[in-house]
Design a protein around this ligand. Structure first.
Ligand code: PRT
Ligand code: ZN
Length: 285
């Protein structure tokens, strides 16, 4: 039987959640250090553990059938025309960040024309400058991009930002977001019709869709039923069950959004009791 190869980052910001997602999709394997390839014990699947920058090309060349990579890396490699047969199947909602322009707080630029921008993303930045008709110079640098304005290499930087702490500690100010990024499940147009690849994509969708969903159960007075149901965030039609005490009911509902403490406080104020909120592991529609 043909084995499917899935490329994921070996070590870094994407690894843990990529591995956890594959396990939730029923792909069991034991992680061993320093292995490039791990065989799953539950499915005809091999996991390739590689650097994130290699993932788009491995899928594009058909060496891997699918993979998980940051949208930033994908867009950068696509912008250079290297990866033309890749398909973004599912946005995965983790490793979120943005690629932004940032300038030293001490300087203010009225426009970017004629300035020099340091970045590890020359492809995405070049496209952005072109689209906005800006004639700026790009210096490609990998590592310590945030230091370049202070050692005379560049006027500004274009780098990934997550919390903003790195910019802050280097006295830089974010001035423009160029692209948003998150981890994405990628296939290639030659393999995405394979039955097992299709099955795995639908499992990834189920696990990803379930992430923010919650199942809530509570007891309440029958007379408050409508008001309580209206307080539930994006709930599908709830189940209402009568209790032994005929004035009381139990309400069970699948909510399509997270349930925050404010909602719980409001439910309690309206008389809800024995409130139980459960995470949803998979959601198959
Ligand atoms: O070794 P390998 O090549 O596989 O890994 P890598 O070092 O290239 O990548 P890694 O593990 O650092 O990041 C992998 C992916 O995580 C990136 O391609 C992004 O898609 C995503 N990601 C999410 C981030 C960040 N958040 C992030 N904050 N990647 C990098 N950063 C860096 C950023 O470059 C800057 O130096 O963190 C700093 C900014 O963080 P804040 O929180 O201070 O704003
Ligand atoms: Zn990398």
């Amino acid at each position: 039987m043909k084995r499917i190869k899935i490329a994921v980052q070996k070590k870094g910001r994407l690894s843990e959640q990529s591995i956890s997602l594959l396990k939730k999709c029923g792909i069991s394997f034991s992680q061993t250090n320093n292995k490039l390839i791990i065989r799953s014990t539950s499915m005809p699947v091999d996991i390739l553990l590689v650097r994130d920058d290699d993932i788009p090309n491995l899928i594009n060349q058909g060496i891997a059938d699918m993979g998980i990579v940051g949208n930033n890396v994908l867009e950068e490699q696509e912008s250079s025309g290297k990866c033309d047969s890749l398909i973004k199947e599912v946005m995965l909602g983790f490793s979120k960040c943005r690629l932004s322009l940032a300038a030293p707080k001490t300087k203010s630029f009225s426009d970017l024309n004629g300035l020099t921008i340091a970045t590890s993303y020359p492809g995405i930045l070049g496209k952005y400058l072109n689209e906005n008709n800006i004639k700026a110079n790009i210096v490609e640098i990998h590592g310590s991009v945030e230091l370049t304005p202070f050692i005379g290499i560049a006027d500004l930087i274009c780098d990934l930002v997550s919390t903003g702490a790195t910019l802050e500690s280097n006295n830089l100010e974010e001035i423009n977001i160029i692209i948003q990024s998150e981890a994405v499940l990628v296939t290639n147009s030659n393999t995405n019709n394979d039955e097992l690849v299709k099955k795995l994509i639908s499992r990834v969708v189920s696990v990803t869709d379930a992430r923010n969903r919650k199942y809530i159960m509570f007891n309440a007075d029958n007379q408050n039923k409508e008001e309580l149901i209206n307080m539930l965030p994006a709930a599908e039609s709830p189940t209402v069950i009568s209790l032994a005490d005929t004035n009381k009911i139990a309400i069970h509902a699948l909510c399509k959004e997270n349930i925050f403490w404010e909602t719980i406080d409001n439910l309690k104020e309206k008389g809800a009791s024995s409130i139980v909120i459960l995470p949803v592991e998979k959601l198959v529609s």
